[in-house]
Ligand binder design. Sequence first.
Ligand code: HEM
Length: 427
Amino acid sequence: MFPKSFKEIQVDWPAPEHVPAELKVNLAFAMGMQPNDLVDPYEPCAWLSGPDVPPLLYNAANPDPHAGGGVTAGGSRGTWIVSHYADINRVYTDNDHFSNKGTAEFQRMIGETFRSIPLAIDPPEHSKYRMFLMPHFSPARLNKMMDDIRKVCVDMIEAVRKDGEVDIAYDFGRVFPVKIFMSLMGFPPENFDRFLEWEWNILHGDSMEKTAWALRSVLDYLRSFIAEKEANPDDGLVSSIVNGTIEGKPLTDEEKIGMVWFLWLGGLDTVAATISQMFRRMALEPWIQDWIIEHPEGIPGAVEEFLRTQPILSSGRSAKFDFEWHGLQIKAGDMFQCLNPSGNFDPAQFEDPRRFDPTRKGNRHFTFVGGIHLCLGAPLARRELRILLEEWFTRVGKFKVKEGADTTVFPFLLSIRNLPLVWDVKG
Ligand code: HEM
C-alpha cells in the first residue's frame, strides 16, 4: 500500500530545470493526507531517513489537476524534501539561508496580504513579536493556569468515568485542550464547533471554494472579535494583543490580525490531535499503560516520546538566495519541506528509533521544530498532556478500544474524528 524504496517513488513529472531528473519523486503518501491503520502510523516514512536515501529529494508537482493531495509547501512548483535529522536541523536553525516568509499563509489564497505572525517572520524582525507574545506563555503565567487546566481535566474525566466509555477523540481530545485554548484567548466556548469546521476546510478542504469560504469566515469572525476587544478589553490574550504596544507603539491592524490569526491556526487543534493519537497508541500497545501506571514519575518522559513518535506537522521554508547544498544547485525562492515524521526516527540520531521508549535520553525531536520558531505553545501543550495522563491513570486506569471501532488515523492534524474507548469502572 505504501512505497518502500526510493525507486518506487521516482517520477517523471515537471520540475524546475536545476532539479536533477533522478531526484524527482512523488511523496504524496508522506504528507499526512493518506490515512492508515498501523500501530505506528508514521511508519510508512521510516525508510526516508535511511542512509541509502539521497539527502535532498524533489517532490515534483503532479501534472494531473485532479490528483489532489492537499496543501503542500511549494504549491504547483513542487518542493525539495529534507528527510534526515542533521539536514532538517540545519533548515530549522540556519536563518541566513532559509526563510519563513509565506509559511502557513493560507490567507493569500483569498487575496489577504497580512503576514502570519510570528511564524512567517524572519529575524531580526521576528524577535520583537516573539518577545511581545512570550510573557503570555512564560512559566510564571503557565503556573497560574495549572489549577484551571487540572480542574477542566478532572471535571471532564469525572463526567464520563462511571460510564465506562468515552469517544476520546470527539468528546475528550477535541474538547479538553480547545477549552483551555479558548479560555487563554478569550474566545466564547460555544464557537469551537464552527472553529473546527473552518479549520478542517482550510487544512483538508476538498475544493478551493470550501477552503476559500472557511478562510473568509474565520477572518471575518476574528476581525469582528478584535474590534469587540478594542471596545471592551478583558484579560484574554486577544485583548492583550490588540490593546498592547510593541517598542512603544500600538500594533497596526495588519499586526493584530496576523497574530490573532496565527494563534488561532497554531493553537486550536494541535494538542487535540496529539491526545487522540496518544490514546490510540496506548490502546493498541497496552504495555505503555502498564508502564505509566507503574512509573507515574515517568510521565514527562512518556509525553516526550508520544510527541517524538507523533510529529503531526512537517514544516516548510524557502531559500533566500542561490546556493549549493549537497552538491546541488538551490535557487532563490525554492521551497523546502522538512519531513518531521522521518527526521524524528532517524537511526543516526535515535537508537532503535521505532521503539516507543518512555525513558529515552536526550529526546531532541522536531515535533515542535527547532531554532527561533520553536513552538511557543510547547510548554503549555506539554503541561496539558502530562496533567491528562496523571489524572486519567489515577481516576480511570486501563482502557481499550471499543470492539468494532475504526482505528484509522491521518498522521497529521485533525487526525482522528472518533475513537471510542472502554474500561472497567472502578468501585
Ligand atoms: C502538541 C501541540 C502542538 C504542536 C505539535 C505544535 C507544533 C508547532 C510547530 C511544528 C511549529 C513551527 C512551525 C514552523 O516552524 O514551520 C509551531 C509554532 C508555533 N506554535 Fe505550536 N504546536 C502545538 C501547540 C501549540 C499551542 C497550544 C499554541 C498556542 C496556544 C501554539 C502556538 C505556536 C506559535 C505562536 C508558533 C510560532 C512560533 C514562532 O514562529 O516563533 N502551538 N508549533
